[in-house]
Design a binder for this molecule. Structure first.
Ligand SMILES: NC(=O)c1ccc[n+]([C@@H]2O[C@H](COP(=O)([O-])OP(=O)(O)OC[C@H]3O[C@@H](n4cnc5c(N)ncnc54)[C@H](O)[C@@H]3O)[C@@H](O)[C@H]2O)c1
Ligand SMILES: O=P(O)(O)OC[C@@H](O)[C@@H](O)[C@H](O)[C@H](O)CO
Length: 380
């Protein structure tokens, strides 16, 4: 069995690649990082180390890699032979890989009608659907019909904190022990694969919203408020009393939305929240704030971890999402000079002001109560 996985980065090697290899797949990574590709092809294995008191180590074997810049035709071949395709490249890069994927799938349908699932493992709602849209934009109507019979793009939620790696062994990945991979079973094609550690569910929406609006909202609040407080890592920020309290209060707001919307048991949800807060405090992980804060324009988008739960708060809960608004204001002020999106966000604010930026990037119109609340937090 062959798995083609786009993105041999933190989550690609540290989570998805590792689970797929354990499930018996040969994992063929596709990446543009020549160093990582060459190392994977040289060693054909890498180490995954748990970030806890055990430092338990496993070796992921049966792996290889293709440099998609140098050898795009090899990627097409691999896609033709694949039993599953997965990605963990970041939402913006999905648009870029959709070109090669479309070519690969075209080549594949000429050779076989074997069904194939393509699963985007990104932190976004509807990631695989988004990738499908970009692939389908490149197809004729005939091709679209053929693809509909053969390929599926089930959405997924992925959860495992994998910080940026600074190990001497460039392939080794240090990961937290916790992980969760949930895939939308109803939108799959063919047999559901047997992958230990992956869960296939009939309704993904509660899972992805619970994950994104708890783990990622909490993470984002911690990172943006921690950055403004001059702190360096997520753990440092969680040790700061004000940031810690703001994270907990923000998660109470998203929790209220989720409990009401999905009828979750509120005690069980609080246990979930407490577990996540514990994960942020993991002393064995050195997760720097810029990794978690990366891409503030994406994170301030209307369907992402800050704006979506804040807007939904008005629908499902009485009262105002004051803590979410505080985190949104902190995100708007994120000015880290090494983050491209932070730089363009700040120049946009300078050029058109906060009001237009909130309307255009967050898509919260003037007149919406959230708009006023964010403006209040910005001037405080
Ligand atoms: N790290 C985590 O804790 C974590 C957890 C859950 C989900 N995710 C999600 O996984 C995705 C990847 O995150 P990450 O932390 O692994 O990032 P990363 O930067 O470590 O990995 C991304 C990889 O994609 C590669 N890449 C870039 N352009 C490419 C292209 N055109 N073709 C093929 N590969 C390309 C990069 O070289 C890199 O190896 C993101 O959507 C992120 O939100 C991350
Ligand atoms: O990957 P991003 O940029 O969407 O978000 C940064 C972190 O919050 C994220 O990578 C978490 O570590 C991960 O989602 C945990 O499962």
């Amino acid at each position: 069995m062959l798995a083609v996985h786009f993105g041999a980065g933190n989550i690609g090697r540290g989570f998805i690649g590792s689970l797929l290899s354990d499930a018996g797949y040969e994992v063929c990574f596709v990446d543009v990082n020549a160093e990582v590709v060459d190392l994977l092809n040289g060693k054909r294995k890498y180490r995954v180390v748990l970030a806890d008191e055990t430092s338990e180590e496993t070796t992921v074997t049966n792996v290889r890699a293709i440099n998609s810049m140098q050898n795009p035709e090899k990627v097409l071949e691999a896609i033709s032979e694949a039993d599953i395709v997965t990605t963990a490249v970041g939402p913006n890069v999905l648009v870029i890989i959709s070109q090669l994927l479309a070519h690969g799938l075209r080549k594949r349908v000429e050779q076989t009608d074997k069904p194939l699932n393509i699963i985007a493992c990104e932190n976004m709602i509807g990631g695989s659907e988004f990738l499908k849209k970009h692939v389908y934009d490149k197809l004729s109507n005939d091709e679209k019909n053929k693809f509909d019979q053969t390929f599926a793009f089930p959405n997924a939620a992925v959860d495992r904190i994998v910080p940026n790696q600074t190990n001497d062994d460039k392939l080794m990945v240090k990961v937290e022990p916790f992980y969760e991979w949930v895939v939308d079973r109803l939108n799959m094609i063919g047999d559901v694969p047997s992958i230990e550690g992956a869960t296939f569910v009939e309704d993904l929406t509660p899972f992805i919203e619970r994950k994104l609006f708890t783990v990622n909202t909490g993470h984002a609040a911690c990172a943006y408020l921690g950055y403004l407080a001059g702190l360096k890592t997520i753990k440092d920020a969680m040790e700061n009393e004000d940031v810690f309290q703001a994270v907990v209060d923000t998660l109470k707001e998203t929790g209220a939305v989720l409990v009401k919307k999905y009828n979750f048991d509120s005690d069980e949800h609080m246990n979930y929240v407490n577990k996540i807060v514990g994960r942020f405090k993991n002393p064995h992980i050195n997760d720097e704030i810029p990794r978690v804060a990366r891409g503030p324009i994406r994170k301030l988008g209307p369907n992402d971890r800050l704006i979506s739960p804040a807007v939904q708060h008005y629908k499902y809960v009485n009262g105002q999402p004051v803590n979410l608004a505080k985190a949104i204001a902190a995100a708007l002020n994120y000015d880290f000079s090494e983050d491209e999106e932070a730089v363009s966000l700040q120049s946009k604010i300078k050029e058109v002001g906060y009001e237009k930026t909130i309307e255009e990037i967050c898509q919260v119109p003037k007149g919406h109560p959230l708009f006023e609340l964010i403006m209040q937090k910005l001037t405080k």
